[in-house]
Design a protein around this ligand. Sequence first.
Ligand code: SF4
Length: 430
Amino acid sequence: MSIDYQKLRLDGVYQQDKDGNLMLRIKVPAGVISSAQAEAVCDIAERLTNGRLHLTTRGSIELHWLKHEQLPEAFRRLAAVGLSSRGACGGAVRGISCSTTFSPGFAVCQTIARRINRHFAGNPHFEGLPKKFKVGVDSGYESSRHLIQDVGLVHVGHADGRHLFDIWCAGGLGREPQAGFLLEKSVAEERLIPLIEAIVRIYRANTPPPKRLKFLLNQIGEDKFRSMLDEELACRTQPQPQVTVEGPLTEPAAETVEASVFAGEIAAAAFRQLAILARDSAAGFLSLTADQNIVLFLEKGEDSARVKDELARLGLAGDAPEHCTTFRVCPGSHECKMGLSATRDVARQVLEALGADGRELTLAISGCANSCSQPQLADLGIVTARLAKTDSGSREPRFALYRRSGDGLGERVREDLALGELIACIKDLD
Ligand code: SF4
């Protein structure tokens, strides 16, 4: 049977290689997942894959090495615990991310993220888009993640009992990184979904595949985009403030304990232990962070020292050298068809070269120009740009190095570096 890999994408499935192996990406709005859901993901990983999970920088979970005939069982197991991969790949509104896990405003952001996810996930009006459409909800400007979303929402306060958000639009990384622009300030929460809907409609109707919203903005300009948005909104009824008692899944004022996961790569067995720890000590929820780690919001009276001891026993306490530096890492050629370098191996070598000097830095490496690990938002970002033929006829990766100093995206400062040159260059940086 020939498999139409293109069609699989909307179900959150990418072709991983030419041998029929598949990657399944599971959406986790704002990265908050229950213990029961986490255990179900572990069941799938242990029964159907190599028993490992990859945590993405958007709080999603990827499973690799699945076969086509295993997908129905994986989908059934996800559905049984209210999880879905629908729209996690392909032309759809992707998983709603939140990068401000440690901020007091995380409580509001995760609630809004779930609401947006409920509205767009699997909704045929918002599928079959020219390309991916990314939405992020953050509780402040510190992480700068609002710059890289198609729609980035930044919580800026509240008035009359409603939360207010600044709306940023048309950002994105990839081959042509572009920071989003500020579309509107202090938008009341009930206007968020109609506004995102209108932007998605304009994007779908006016953008050639496989381009993103930033392409349309570059073509028509901000003024034209704003007037199209006004027209689109004018023909819709205005939303009423939403009455809901829905709240966060994690305790807002709780003490947090963080499990460090090198490169977002974790064995299902360890993730299961964390799920059990969360069930017993953190009200049954885990939070997957934008730096690919896992946070537990402890219940009142919980002994954080005991939980940290448990993390140490699992090798996730964060005191091993490879855990001491924030280093976001995409799967690269280890598991991704697009990957040009073995990202985890390169990350280990870079960390070894940096030693203790690296601990104050954030780093990120992507296996290709798609920039899934957000290297342009790290102090030091590495993008694998191409494969070069060596004298012996083999092919080896060439890297570009990005540095970030201000509030915007990092700038490319070096390019076409072989691995040795990259490491020497990083060691020499001030
Ligand atoms: S950056 Fe490239 S290699 Fe890395 S996960 Fe994304 S597509 Fe794959």
